[in-house]
Design a binder for this molecule. Structure first.
Ligand code: ZN
Length: 251
């Protein structure tokens, strides 16, 4: 079987529209949330399709000349979170979106555990998935996650093929929807033949859908959903579900 999973980071306002489209297509997905940053409002400065600088709303001046183009980067308020994400897998992204490689071990543990606590209470479930902020990880952060009961953790490096990696605490992405070859990669996945289960993880930040560039917009997202949804040979589910299914099938 083939498993296709979407991964969305940071708990952004665009996730509401994203979820509407996912539901229309009967697709699962995973949302990686920062529980200490709910409701935070910033602008994101980009170069082409890459968001590179977050600016607090209070410091943003639309009239100020800048090499960067800005889009909104608003996180969903706490009182809406449980409702918006109901029915989807929620994973941790640290409480405050910290770089795990730069934090002390103690701070890493605090960032993960407090996020698991808050999200677990909101969604009445254990939180066992994780995405590394900025994609940054090392052996120490993997050890911390293991200690916290995290079973898989997503990086931002790219997988070489459609096999599920052995080290689930260093889970690569298959593609990032802003990449020029994202649709081509999905086509390759659809056309690929293998005796083994295959895995495709596409990741995105909701604000990227508001860039309105050729490679970063809601239309492209819909097109990818359209390609993989409703097929007998592809299960479109959360990342945790895909990993569990592939692991069980392998036993
Ligand atoms: Zn993030």
């Amino acid at each position: 079987m083939k498993y296709f999973t979407w991964n969305f980071d940071d708990g952004l306002e665009e996730d509401k529209e994203t979820i509407k489209i996912l539901k229309e297509n009967g697709m699962g997905a995973t949302f990686n949330l920062n529980s200490a940053l709910f409701g935070k409002r910033q602008m994101i400065g980009r170069i082409r399709n890459l968001g590179i600088k977050e600016v607090p709303l209070s410091e943003y001046d639309a009239n100020k000349a800048s090499l960067l183009k800005y889009s909104i980067h608003y996180r969903i308020p706490k009182d809406e979170i449980a409702d918006v994400y109901s029915g989807f897998e929620i994973a941790s992204h640290t409480a405050e979106h910290v770089n795990m490689v730069k934090c002390s071990e103690e701070e890493c543990i605090r960032q993960v555990k407090s996020d698991q606590d808050v999200l677990g209470k909101m969604f009445h479930t254990g939180i066992h998935g994780f995405a590394y902020p900025f994609g940054r990880c090392n052996s120490r952060s993997m050890a911390v996650l293991k200690q916290c009961g995290i079973t898989y953790a997503r990086t931002a490096s790219f997988a070489k093929n459609f096999s599920l990696t052995d080290n689930l605490l260093e889970l690569p992405v298959t593609s990032w929807h802003i990449r020029k070859d994202a649709v081509k990669k999905v086509r390759e996945f659809i056309d690929s033949e293998s005796d083994r289960d295959q895995f495709f993880l596409m990741f995105a930040h909701g604000y990227e859908f508001d860039f309105h560039t050729k490679e970063s917009n809601f239309e492209k997202f819909k097109r990818i959903c359209d390609m993989v949804a409703g097929r007998d040979d592809i299960v479109c589910c959360s990342t945790g579900e895909a990993i569990r299914a592939i692991s069980n099938n392998a036993q």
